[in-house]
Unconditional design. Structure first.
Length: 502
């Protein structure tokens, strides 16, 4: 659906300043929303909010519907009476400008376990009733997730496909027995989900009251080692005997990699999903709409046709395109849930069929300025080629920052960009591209915070195709100055993207 002319900022909550080594849903999140409002921004775009696994990638989570407990604010748990300042006495000195996940995770889990123990001992009737109501309303995914994570802990972190067969296959007697044995750990996982969603709901309400909408992110695929695949193996391309991935997801060689990207996730068994009226996917949309206002679908093209790579391949080169029932799926979703506020990530190898699917349901596509200057005037990422129903970005979480990109761009790209701009202004290349995005006809413009801050390659969020050193960047306290807010506000207003009430 088309959206009004507006703009916003891309920033994951883990990037906030915090004394706990990772950004969370506490005070700095509220300060960021205040910055958005004061700067006349109307959207906050986040990456997927699920519980991350190996590599800490938000695109490889243990659940497609659960929240990331590492984002829970311990300070807010103090306000709830579940922790006290004395619990923070032995915190290490965390690095201010990045997340050291190896250091952060055990510290955060220790605090969350203490809070859970205190909740079990001393929660009042109101807190217990709220917890019970949450468990009941989210039971359709929460029960499987809490059990999955508890068994995973008991199995020393092994993937579900390496568990004892009766647990991997979810045999009823074995599941009933393990639920009793692991009752305490299951309670813990339900508790931390309750706290995540309680804190997130309060933050979202604060944002919405100030005219800020949340753009969430649905990765099209889920991790092989996830509660979703374990609980619903029939919906995925798996080896039925071993549980291994039979057909792996990825993309063929592209802008980011000469050998393509082999993600390792199982592709969907769309035939089985369609037999059940796409019920699992409908639930997934319902779940994310509980905590975001707009959904960005990552790798949208996979709903028209997806790249499938056979088990055993080490790169994504030897795959094939297989058709997906995207039209039937989105028609059913529209019938069940109404016209959804969806943005389509339509980057990569896009065909006329993918564009037709996107346009039939009026989903805005993405335009990335860093892709605009490497070819001819027909390049769809050049602003004069944009349709209005689009979202323009200077770059995404998968790109270098604009400053870093410009410094490493080839001579041809630089020359084209400088001719287009008439040279680099005294404001810097980052503000030149921000201005270019904001003055474009695209209805929405989203700018990564790193570009607003004018940061270089050291501050990029992700290097596609690598597994280490990603998702770590954080900004330091105090950088969201009044001067920066005024600058962003002025150009936003000039470009006709400020809120109607301003």
């Amino acid at each position: 659906m088309p959206f009004p002319r507006s703009s916003g900022i891309l920033l994951h909550p883990s990037c906030f300043p915090s004394r706990f080594g990772i950004g969370d849903l506490g005070l700095e999140a509220y300060r960021f929303i205040d910055f958005l409002k004061e700067s006349y921004q109307q959207y906050w775009q986040v990456l997927p909010l699920g519980p991350t696994g190996y590599g800490s990638s938000p695109y490889m989570c243990y659940s497609a519907m659960a929240g990331n407990h590492l984002l829970i604010s311990p300070d807010k748990l103090v306000n709830e009476g579940l922790l006290c300042e004395a619990d923070f006495a032995d915190l290490p000195q965390f690095t201010a400008d990045k997340v050291d996940f190896a250091q952060v995770i055990p510290q955060k889990i220790n605090l969350l376990q203490r809070a859970c123990d205190n909740f079990q001992r001393s929660a009042n009737s109101h807190q217990r009733a709220a917890f019970d109501q949450f468990c009941q309303s989210k039971g359709y995914w929460l029960n499987n997730y809490a059990l999955f994570m508890s068994i995973k802990d008991a199995q020393d972190g092994e993937g579900w496909y390496n568990w004892p067969l009766e647990l991997a296959k979810r045999e009823p007697e074995a599941i009933s027995r393990i639920e009793q044995d692991l009752a305490e750990q299951i309670f813990y996982y339900k508790f931390i989900q309750y706290e995540f969603f309680r804190q997130w709901s309060e933050l979202k309400e604060y944002a919405n009251e100030r005219g800020i909408g949340i753009i969430g992110d649905i990765p099209i695929y889920v991790a092989h080692d996830s509660a979703d695949v374990w609980a619903n193996p029939e919906f995925f391309a798996l080896d039925t005997k071993t549980g291994a991935v039979d057909l792996m997801a990825g993309v063929p060689p592209d802008y980011f990699s000469a050998t393509g990207q082999l993600w390792g996730n199982p592709v969907y068994n769309w035939e089985e999903l369609e037999k059940q009226d796409f019920a699992w996917w409908v639930q997934r949309f319902e779940a994310i709409l509980d905590y975001v206002d707009i959904i960005r679908i990552d790798h949208f093209r996979g709903f028209e046709a997806y790249w499938a790579v056979p088990q055993g391949e080490e790169t994504a080169i030897n795959g094939e395109w297989i058709k997906a029932p995207g039209k039937e799926f989105f028609a059913l979703v529209k019938q069940r849930l109404g016209k959804l506020p969806i943005l389509a990530e339509d980057l990569g190898i896009i065909t006329s069929e993918v564009e037709a699917l996107r346009d039939e349901f009026e989903f805005p596509g993405m335009k990335v300025l860093q892709f605009a200057f490497g070819s001819d005037p027909g390049n769809p990422f050049l602003p004069f080629n944009y349709p209005r129903n689009a979202v323009v970005y200077t770059g995404t979480h998968d790109n270098d920052t604009t400053v870093g990109w410009f410094h490493t761009a080839n001579d041809y790209e630089k020359q084209n960009l400088l001719l287009y701009l008439g040279g680099v202004s005294s404001d810097g290349i980052n503000w030149d591209l921000i201005r270019l995005a904001l003055i474009s006809v695209a209805n929405q413009a989203i700018i990564p915070l790193q570009d607003i801050l004018g940061l270089g390659t050291e501050s990029r969020m992700n290097y596609p195709g690598t597994t280490e050193g990603n998702w770590e960047w954080r900004y330091e306290e105090g950088v969201l100055s009044q001067e920066l807010s005024n600058r962003l506000k002025t150009i936003t207003q000039l470009c006709g993207r400020s809120p109607k009430t301003s």
